[in-house]
Design a protein around this ligand. Structure first.
Ligand code: ARG
Length: 464
């Protein structure tokens, strides 16, 4: 017989030679799936309790197994566990050590179970925990944006389309746009968590088992809503990982968009925000530099996380039912994406909480680029009852005049304006200021401070 520290002890009955070293290297997942040790032990303890409750194993064996598993867990958590590549994965590493601790009773744990339903269960528990962490991290991030919005609810800044100044908006409005985006991200994790919360345990290898198991009991013990209804699907489903990665990718894309804005806004050309020293770095050669490295890394994480999604989609796309070993490659993608997302959420939350908007450059930029031209056109419609298309044309002519003279719209004299449209009165100047412009945008969801404050209030209550 082979050494008991080798996988052959688990499945080697029909083998006369051990695996080639390269076979062992390509086959082993213990290097990364040890991250699921806690979930593996939790699943096994629930399984053992169920086997005893159904009279499939006796109570004293179940007790020995359940207590032995806690010893294994404490060894792993204390860093005293010698993981073995020859034992392939976390499931067999744990079982081999359990055998050393409790003796032959350990051999009864794998009754009515396969590593296929075991790994699906462990991985689901792990992913579910990360969904909860993402939901929590997103709530904290949203609160940081709401606080920024509240502090700058009246602060005027340029709103852009095509990265060209379009119309004045408020800092509060811009911050609250991200609250909406991250709220949708949070709801994606919440939805996915509900959909995935079915227990694969008891599906066994693929076909179920002839033992009189109680799948409701293990499902309940592990916090699942119900057992999954088809054993083939249960062992071959990785939708939960794909939905997690999809939700992570969209969220990382949003993180990348604010990160890009922070990179632009913190530049000397914009000076819209000051990023705190805590989230900046210096240059080793240029002493004057303060670089937004954290924001740049946040921007890059979106590529990495979306890469994980594409990798797993591609791994899964050609797989026949039920389990195939390809699926072992699901974990590194998900682990890496989860680590990247949690770190990104924490870093962005810190940056947003610390950053300071700079009111003067924001206001100056808001007033530039004829940003109140739409207000002027709207005024012509309202005050002179002009059709909007005509008003658009008159405004265009006034913008051209201002541009030719190198001044802003509000710097044109009334006579100059009247040379384009005789009916214009000096009431027009009231809509040309940026503060007037934003205050007038009172439509639901618009940039008027009153509207933004209503949204801030709604979100503060929702996040409390
Ligand atoms: N380490 C494997 C995985 O991550 C566990 C399942 C192995 N199942 C099997 N039939 N070889 O997918």
């Amino acid at each position: 017989m082979s050494d008991k520290k080798s996988a052959n002890a688990m499945w080697g009955g029909r083998f006369s030679a051990g695996p080639d070293a390269i076979m062992e290297a390509i086959n082993a997942s213990i290097g990364y799936d040890q991250k699921m040790a806690r979930q593996d032990i939790e699943g096994s303890r629930a399984h053992a309790a169920m086997l005893a409750a159904r009279g499939i194993i006796n109570d004293s064996d179940a007790t020995a197994i359940r207590e032995g598993l806690l010893t294994v867990l404490s060894e792993i958590e204390a860093g005293n566990f010698a993981f073995s590549t020859a034992l392939e994965d976390i499931h067999m590493n744990v079982e081999a050590r359990l055998t050393e601790i409790v003796g032959p009773a350990a051999g009864r744990l794998h009754t009515a179970r396969s590593r296929n339903d075991q790994v699906a269960t462990d991985f689901k528990l792990w992913v579910r925990g990360q969904m909860d962490a993402a939901i929590e991290g997103l709530s904290a991030l949203m609160a940081a944006f709401v606080a920024q919005a509240e502090a700058g609810a009246d602060m005027v800044m340029p709103g852009f389309t095509h990265l060209q100044v379009a119309q004045p908006v408020t800092w509060g409005h811009h911050m609250m746009a991200y609250v909406e985006m991250f709220a949708r991200d949070r709801s994606r994790f919440i939805d996915a968590r509900k959909r995935m919360n079915e227990s694969p345990l008891g599906a066994a290898a693929l076909a179920g088992t002839s033992f009189p198991i109680d799948r409701d009991m293990t499902a309940q013990a592990l916090g699942f809503d119900r057992p999954s209804a088809n054993s083939l699907d249960a062992v071959s489903d990785r939708d939960f990982a794909l939905e997690f990665l999809t939700s992570c990718s969209i969220c990382a894309t949003h993180i990348s968009r604010i990160a890009e804005e922070l990179v632009i806004w913190s530049s000397a050309q914009f000076r819209f925000v000051t990023i705190s020293d805590r989230f900046s770095t210096g240059s080793s050669i240029m002493p004057q530099k303060k670089n937004p490295d954290a924001a740049e890394l946040l921007r890059s994480k979106a590529g990495r996380i979306t890469g994980s999604l594409v990798a797993l989609l591609t791994i899964m796309k050609g797989l026949p039912l039920a389990y195939s070993k390809d699926m072992q490659e699901d974990k590194e993608q998900v682990f890496d994406a989860a680590d990247s997302l949690m770190l990104s959420l924490a870093a962005l939350t810190g940056m947003v909480a610390d950053m300071r908007p700079n009111p003067e450059p924001l206001r100056l930029a808001a007033a530039s680029g004829f940003s109140t031209a739409t207000d002027l056109a709207d005024w012509l419609v309202r005050a002179l009852n002009m059709p909007f298309r005509d008003a658009h044309h008159v405004t265009g002519a006034l913008v051209k005049m201002a541009e030719d003279q190198g001044c802003d719209l509000h710097q044109l004299s009334l006579e100059q304006m009247q040379s384009v449209e005789a009916q214009i009165t000096d009431a027009v100047y009231e809509v040309l200021g940026v503060e007037n412009s934003v205050a007038s945008r009172v439509s639901y969801g618009g940039t008027a401070p009153a509207q933004v404050r209503a949204q801030i209030k709604r979100w503060k209550e929702a996040l409390a």
